[in-house]
Design a protein around this ligand. Structure first.
Ligand code: P70
Length: 445
């Protein structure tokens, strides 16, 4: 399926940016030329997935597509029980409510916005235990998603294992640039957690992409298949939350997967309160069919190699142009280092937010802020969190754009870089209570 792109004038884009409060989430998609806001739900489905939609069994209960989905999940990932949800954050919500008690702490390899919010809403506090290199855009560490085991041990020592219900491990860690965790590190994390009776929960949103980088970078893994590595990752963990809108190449869907049958029963009971019956969890039967097929497609080497390869193509183009980006180039997008890009702006002038707006105005390319706005406020001090990473994410949907589109993106980023000295910061004029980056509005300083 193809879709025409509409090229607007710079003056029209200036007006659109202003109307959107300089927040790319508030732009109309019609006003966007190349949409690199996210890879979430924006990938193109395959012929097999489209055919699957025609096989939708829209029975309220016991749809055959659910059983296909369950079998597909078990076959590729090996988790025992599947609770379908409409997308990832619904799984995070249920898992957080079921496992976290007031005052608990949840260590993790960097925060993710929705994940941390659900932990906090359940009474928990997130503690970052990722290696220091993850917070440094220039570090060339091949596995910047790794956990610092000493930091994890220190959390256990300080709070006691009974206040740590689980450790949350993301594959292809989103907020630091789509950086992988190694099998060796995950094995050590799993061992330490299990010694203390702590569960390992896997945010497996981009697990197959992480598996590819393990194959390419980790000693002894070159001969393994992406599918086998994916399985090995899952086997080291006890439960998983999944936003199928990424790896699984569907427009909507997700799930919670667990090995403990008792926890599964509790989640199955909870899903009927928030999502729908436990054999559809907020998805239509046809969506579950496309998802079941996507699970098989995402671990195919040719697919995942070309997907991550396209990200590398854009990243290398930008590097050749001298643009400061997060290194090494990650899985699902290229992340611009806005602190280095716009060094004249203080972080409370939201350089990444401003940069995303500048790129849009230049070319109609839409990106996403991943910095001070996304990080939100520290609940204790009330101030902006001012995270070490102040990034703009150019996120690539799977199977949608060509390298020619990537060339246009690179040209635009270079043009904005050449004019960077004139870029102004932003002032936040509307700030919603939760996940402010989605709906906040700004004005130029
Ligand atoms: C993105 C999307 C979603 C996501 C994720 C990880 C590692 C869970 C989820 C939630 C969409 C998004 C979400 C919040 C802020 C900005 C964008 N990531 N874990 O673009 O899944 O969206 O299905 O509820 O990346 O990175 P879901």
């Amino acid at each position: 399926m193809v879709e025409p792109l509409r090229m607007m004038t710079q003056a029209e884009r200036e007006k659109a940016a202003e109307e959107a409060g300089y927040n790319t989430f508030l732009l109309r998609s019609e006003d966007v030329y190349i949409d690199l806001l996210t890879d979430s739900g924006t990938s193109a489905m395959s012929d097999r997935q489209w055919a699957g939609l025609m096989l939708g069994d829209e029975a309220y209960a016991g749809s055959r597509n659910f059983y296909h989905l369950e079998a597909s999940m078990r076959e590729v990932y090996g988790y025992k029980e599947l609770i379908p949800t409409h997308q990832g954050r619904a799984a995070e919500h249920m898992l957080s409510q079921l496992l976290i008690k007031d005052g608990d702490v949840i260590p993790g390899n960097m925060y993710f916005t929705t994940t941390r919010l659900h932990q906090e809403l359940a009474g928990g506090t997130f503690v970052d235990v990722i290696i220091d290199e993850a917070h440094d855009p220039e570090s060339l560490h091949p596995f910047k998603g790794n956990v610092d085991l000493a930091k994890f041990q220190a959390v256990i020592d300080e709070y006691g294992a009974d206040r740590v219900p689980y450790v949350c491990i993301a594959t292809a860690v989103n907020m630091c640039g789509g950086q992988p965790i190694s099998l060796e590190n995950l094995r050590a994390v799993s061992e330490l957690a299990h010694q203390h009776g702590i569960l390992v929960v896997h945010d497996m949103t981009r697990c197959a992409e992480n598996a590819l980088l393990i194959k390419e970078r980790e000693d002894g893994c070159a001969e393994k298949t992406v599918r086998d590595i994916t399985r090995e990752i899952c086997d080291l963990t006890d439960a998983a939350t999944m936003s199928s809108k990424k790896d699984h190449l569907v427009n909507i869907g997700g799930f919670l997967a667990v090995n403990d049958p008792e926890l599964a029963d509790k989640a199955r009971n909870m899903v009927v309160v928030y999502e729908g019956l436990h054999t559809y969890g907020g998805m239509a039967g046809r969506d579950m069919e496309a998802l079941a097929i996507g699970i098989q497609e995402c671990v195919e080497f040719d697919h995942i190699k070309s997907r991550v390869g396209q990200v590398e193509y854009l990243g290398e183009k930008l590097q050749e142009g001298g643009i400061p980006i997060v290194q090494p180039i990650g899985t699902h997008g290229v992340f611009l280092d806005a602190k280095k890009f716009l060094p004249h702006l203080d972080q409370d002038q939201f350089p990444a937010q401003a940069l995303a707006a500048e790129i849009y105005v230049d070319s109609g390319v839409r990106s996403m802020e991943r910095g001070n706005v996304s990080a939100g406020r520290d609940p204790k001090t009330g101030g902006n969190r001012r995270p070490p990473l102040e990034l703009v994410r150019l996120t690539i949907p799977r199977r949608v754009y060509t390298q020619a589109h990537m060339d246009v993106v690179a040209e635009s980023v270079k043009a904005v870089y050449d004019a960077r000295a004139a870029a102004r910061g932003l002032r936040m004029v509307y700030e919603p209570k939760y996940l402010r980056f989605f709906q906040a509005r700004f004005e130029p300083l």
